[in-house]
Design a protein around this ligand. Structure first.
Ligand SMILES: Cc1cc2nc3c(=O)[nH]c(=O)nc-3n(C[C@H](O)[C@H](O)[C@H](O)COP(=O)(O)OP(=O)(O)OC[C@H]3O[C@@H](n4cnc5c(N)ncnc54)[C@H](O)[C@@H]3O)c2cc1C
Length: 385
């Protein structure tokens, strides 16, 4: 195909989805124009250096790359080494600190017991039986209690969930949690995925390397929606912005939860001894404190510095114009999304709408990469057929 206006394809949005699509297309010899409306690529994985502490601050919340998919892992490892960081999360409840996820460390500490691995299932079943949940759980609270029993639910899940979603968990659908595994071991690795880490030189360097290739032109500070009139029809577009915005919010905005991050540089070498602590009680208004230097324990110089960068995370109601973080899935938003999807397919037949904003779906980074690889590979197969 002869390139139209100098490019074979346009990618709107340089998050991990858009960068993956752009790279695969460029590797296949296509000239790709990447338009990003922020001032730099990386989407919500973007980082900023905190000068005093030297820490890489994850601007949109802590991001740990984890996957069990070897294809995705091989792809991202083409552009960076990972530092082998394994994620652990602690929880503060009633003045005490516990290891998540739910497992032997938390149960024994919380109940003051010495349960053995073989005793966990019966113990939890006993706690659930005492909680008196009727037949089929009718809401989030009943579903969670039916998995872990009432005391653990009340201490670690109820208030955290209420803060996260801004409502009583009884008002949330039971389907939000399909399973809540309790580990019969002292394994406190937060993710079950064995392939895990943080890009050794930070996420920004990963994105710079992904886009550093002949055939890719990146234009930051450029909104695709403002530029699209200059793009000839027939040029394939891979759009990873919000699907409702693509269609001018004509049916009303899809609802989101947003987050407010309160950042601080403190004059201590180490504030909390780990990267993420969850605050599970109602009287603490934030859900988590992130301390970024702990994501790079291999960086001895930064670890030693007498400063540290921390960030308190406050979930909040979303209104148009706020940063969208978590889609709010319910029957109304599902129906609205279906309308937008249909309309986008009808109005923009040459466009692929993807990524977390385009699909209106929470994806971890590895799932975003996997879906982008599939999207780009399917496109190339059709193009070459
Ligand atoms: C608080 C939080 C913590 C998370 N932590 C983790 C974690 O630890 N591990 C993990 O694997 N995943 C994590 N995730 C998920 C991760 O953020 C997503 O998987 C990832 O950001 C999805 O990438 P994306 O490219 O789809 O979207 P985004 O990163 O949002 O990128 C979309 C890009 O498109 C741009 N854009 C939008 N509209 C336009 C337009 N009209 N024109 C031009 N550009 C446009 C945006 O500016 C943005 O840069 C977390 C998510 C949240 C909310």
């Amino acid at each position: 195909m002869t390139p139209v206006f100098g490019y074979d394809a346009v990618v709107a949005g340089a998050g991990i989805w858009g960068c993956t699509v752009a790279r695969v297309l460029a590797d296949a010899g296509l000239a790709v124009l990447v338009l990003e409306r922020r001032s730099a690529p990386g989407g919500n994985c973007r980082c900023e250096k905190d000068e005093a502490s030297g820490a890489e601050v994850h601007v949109y919340g802590s991001h740990i790359f984890h996957t069990s998919d070897s294809k995705t892992w091989s792809f991202v490892n083409r552009f960076t080494a990972f530092n082998g960081y394994q994620h652990k999360v602690l929880a503060r409840h009633a003045g005490k600190t516990y290891f998540l996820p739910l497992g032997l460390a938390l149960l024994n500490s919380f109940y003051g017991l010495e349960l053995k691995p073989g005793e966990v299932a019966d113990f939890i079943a006993g706690e659930v039986a005492k909680s008196g949940i009727p037949g089929t759980p009718r809401n989030f609270e009943e579903q969670a209690v039916s998995f872990v029993g009432r005391p653990v639910y009340e201490a670690f899940i109820k208030n955290y969930t209420a803060k996260q979603w801004g409502c009583d968990p009884k008002e949330l659908d039971a389907s939000i949690i399909r399973r809540l595994p309790v580990r019969a071991s002292y394994d406190v690795n937060y993710f079950a995925d064995l392939l895990q880490g943080i890009p050794r030189w930070g996420y920004n360097a990963l994105f710079a390397e992904m886009l550093h290739r002949t055939g890719i032109t990146l234009r930051c500070g450029t909104d695709y929606l403002a530029e699209r009139k200059h793009i000839p029809s027939g040029v394939p577009v891979f759009y990873s912005g919000p699907v409702d915005e693509l269609l001018g919010f004509r049916f009303g905005p899809l609802p989101w939860r947003t987050l407010r991050f309160e950042r601080e540089t403190l004059p201590v070498a180490d504030f909390q001894g780990t990267s993420v602590v969850n605050y599970t009680d109602a009287d603490v208004p934030y859900t988590r404190i992130h301390e970024f230097k702990h994501f790079h324990p291999e960086d001895a110089e930064t670890m030693r510095r007498p400063f540290t960068a921390v960030c308190r995370e406050y979930p909040a109601a979303w209104k148009p114009g706020d940063e969208p973080y978590y889609p709010v899935s319910n029957p109304q938003s599902d129906a609205l999304l279906a309308r937008y999807r249909e309309e986008a397919a009808r109005e923009f037949p040459g466009m692929t709408v993807g990524g977390r904003l385009g699909e209106y779906k929470y994806y971890d980074m590895d799932k975003s990469v996997a879906r982008a690889l599939e999207t780009a590979e399917t496109f190339l197969k059709k193009r070459n057929a």
